[in-house]
Design a protein around this ligand. Structure first.
Ligand SMILES: Cc1ncc(COP(=O)(O)O)c(C=O)c1O
Length: 391
């Protein structure tokens, strides 16, 4: 299988991890040689309820047998999508009430950017240095890493950058600005949380200038940080909320949520301001509904904070300089990039799945399924410490 994977499937790097997958269940992924790998990554924060969660599988199977795609997004009322967006709206503060369902995180970002330009009639977009919002042209334009961008230029014009947590730069937001887009907690940058009421200050500056505030919760959303959405920690409600990844526990999905007034502008002058064939897909929406119901009906969200404490208590080692993040969105900051790299690669040999972060080369990602048990967490910590002792 690996030979065909390398030959016929387009690659993202010269060094894929390349495990051959047999099946996955709970906190484990099984390879074709019969090894069970403990998953501390959850498909990069996507498998919220673990692998093959019975409620999600049942929802998917039932809906697939009933009907799948019947019409492009926005034409027919379909209960999986409508039940979902209604339940979601009930969890969100005003004015976040209307949801546009799409197929991936980056598509949701594209939709949010278009919505901000359409609603404000302005073109300038401000994003943060070290941010990651996805890889399509608009999302890529928000990134400030020239080495990743330059070969794809020209990208979106009128995009400017500010430094996350630097209040002095907030005066770059002006009446020319259509939107400021930030990750609520910066992911690829190394799980950097807003400090010193930063998001409240950004919110205030946006209100003063009429710029919309977009918060990207594609990674921290859906319970990972101890609240359903991370913005709830920081007393700041965005004009547009962008979600994805963990929303459907492993099915491909994204969405952006806003007020009826703002969202309404996408459907007129021109009509069909954003359209998609598969957005709101009934099978994916059923998985989203099963995921949200389980998060709301269990203690999984609250438990992320006690699980964080277990990780912090056990992962003490001279080579671990800091543990950043919240809940089950944690990054071990190692003494060197080499240590971080070795830990990820050696963990693979010990059947523990770890991963890197995009822009912080000293970081090791720990974002397991929210359903991981304390015993499994301790098992993973023992493997990490053993690797570090032998380095
Ligand atoms: C914060 C953030 N925004 C956007 C994206 C893009 O989402 P997708 O890969 O589903 O397009 C990601 C994916 O890693 C992300 O972490």
């Amino acid at each position: 299988m690996t030979k065909d994977f390398l030959k016929y499937q387009a690659q993202t790097s010269p060094y894929p991890l390349g495990m051959e997958i047999s099946h996955a269940s709970g906190s484990y992924i099984y390879d074709t040689a019969g090894n069970a790998h403990l998953d501390f990554v959850a498909g990069v924060s996507a498998c919220t309820l673990g692998h093959s969660n019975p409620n999600v599988v049942e929802a998917v199977q039932k809906q697939a047998a009933k009907y799948m795609h019947v019409m492009v997004y926005g034409e027919y009322a379909q209960s999986p999508a409508t039940d979902y967006v209604k339940l979601l709206a009930a969890q969100l503060p005003q004015p976040l009430e209307v949801t546009y369902l799409v197929n991936s995180g980056t598509e949701a970002i594209e939709g949010a950017l278009k919505l901000a330009r359409r609603y404000t009639g302005r073109s300038q977009i401000i994003s943060a240095r070290n941010a990651y919002h996805g890889n399509t042209m608009g999302s890529l334009s928000l990134m400030d890493f020239e080495e990743r961008k330059s070969v794809f230029r020209p990208l979106l014009p009128d995009v400017y950058h500010i430094t996350f947590n630097n209040e002095k730069e907030l005066n770059k937001i002006t009446t020319r600005t259509a939107c400021v887009i930030l990750e609520t907690i910066q992911g690829g940058a190394g799980f950097i949380e807003p400090q010193n009421r930063y998001l409240e200050k950004v919110r205030k500056r946006c209100d003063e200038t009429g710029a919309l505030l977009i918060l990207d919760e594609i990674q921290p959303g859906f319970g990972r940080t101890g609240k359903l959405f991370a913005f709830e920690h920081y007393n700041c409600v965005p004009d547009i909320l962008v979600i994805g990844k963990g929303m459907a526990s492993g099915m491909p999905v994204g969405a952006f949520v806003s007020s009826p007034k703002i969202m309404g502008t996408l459907s007129k002058r021109p009509k069909m301001g954003h359209i998609t064939t598969f957005g709101g897909h009934p099978v994916v929406a059923s998985a989203s509904l099963a995921t949200l119901n389980e998060l709301l009906q269990t203690t999984l969200i609250k438990d992320t904070l006690s699980k964080e404490q277990v990780l912090r208590k056990h992962l003490v080692h001279p080579r671990i300089k800091e543990i950043r993040g919240r809940g089950l969105m944690l990054a071990l900051i190692m003494d060197t990039a080499d240590t971080a790299n070795s830990v990820v690669l050696k963990a693979k040999e010990k059947n523990l799945i770890l991963f890197w972060l995009l822009f912080e080369d000293k970081a090791v990602r720990i974002t397991p399924p929210l359903t991981i048990s304390i015993e499994e967490i301790k098992e993973g910590c023992t493997i990490v410490l053993g690797i570090l002792d032998r380095l």
